[in-house]
Design a protein around this ligand. Structure first.
Ligand code: ZN
Length: 231
């Protein structure tokens, strides 16, 4: 190929790539779009910030964590993207052993959950087990809906009893405010219900009787950022 034509061709390819890159970053800035793989790039950029601002500044701690973990708390929370346990408690890496699922459920027949629980209590020997519910929980709201999904209705049935208990003790809500109050009560009752489920596990029952583990029900308010202990 004529060298001049080859140079022109290469320049055209470079300008085309630059145009595509500009187009992608422009769209992302405007729409925070997932297109162009930009969200993944954001994760890598965020990881650089983590290494610079956190990891390198606390190197000794991370060196120790690379060898082993000894968290004192098993945290069972909702998978909701707005409730990051470490963020809302300002906990550091290595402090919380975490299990999250829709509506912070303690299922009675689920090997995934049971193995996390067994590992936390028998091997890590956590001293606290936290079950944390929250306001505006989509899983709890779904209890009131007719759903066509395959798995979600089956899963949230693990919280059905909380809805039944609350509805049995209040009159039907007459407005949006009363409905919000009802849902808050169900979200909180669900935490109590899941604590009951937790205590049916022999490993937990034994650890609690021997004062080796303490169970706490918590509730997080998305509107204020406040975390409270339920009684
Ligand atoms: Zn939730």
């Amino acid at each position: 190929m004529d060298p001049i034509i080859k140079i022109k061709l290469n320049l055209s390819i470079l300008s085309f790539k630059a145009l595509i890159n500009r187009e992608c970053s422009g769209r992302v800035e405007q729409f925070h779009s997932l297109r162009c793989g930009n969200m993944i790039d954001q994760f890598f950029e965020g990881n650089k910030v983590f290494i610079r601002e956190d990891f390198e500044k606390d190197r000794k701690r991370y060196d120790n964590l690379a060898q082993s973990q000894s968290p004192k708390t098993l945290w069972i929370g909702c998978a909701d993207s707005r409730i990051d346990p470490e963020r809302i408690t300002h906990a550091k890496a290595g402090e919380l052993f975490v299990h999250r699922n829709i509506a912070n459920i303690v299922p009675l027949q689920d090997w995934n959950f049971a193995s996390v629980l067994e590992y936390a209590v028998a091997h890590l020997k956590v001293e606290n087990i936290v079950i944390c519910g929250h306001s505006e929980c989509g899983g709890i709201k779904a209890l009131d809906k007719e759903m066509q999904d395959s798995y979600i209705p089956l899963w949230i049935n693990n919280a059905r009893e909380a809805q039944i208990r609350v509805d049995a003790k209040i009159s039907p809500p007459k407005n949006a405010e009363e409905e919000k109050r009802r849902l808050t009560e169900i979200e909180k009752e669900n935490v109590r219900l899941q604590i009951e489920h937790l205590r049916t596990y022999p490993i937990v029952k034994k650890a609690e009787e021997e004062n080796k583990v303490w169970i706490h029900g918590l509730y997080f308010y998305l509107e204020t950022g406040v975390l409270e202990e339920l009684r």
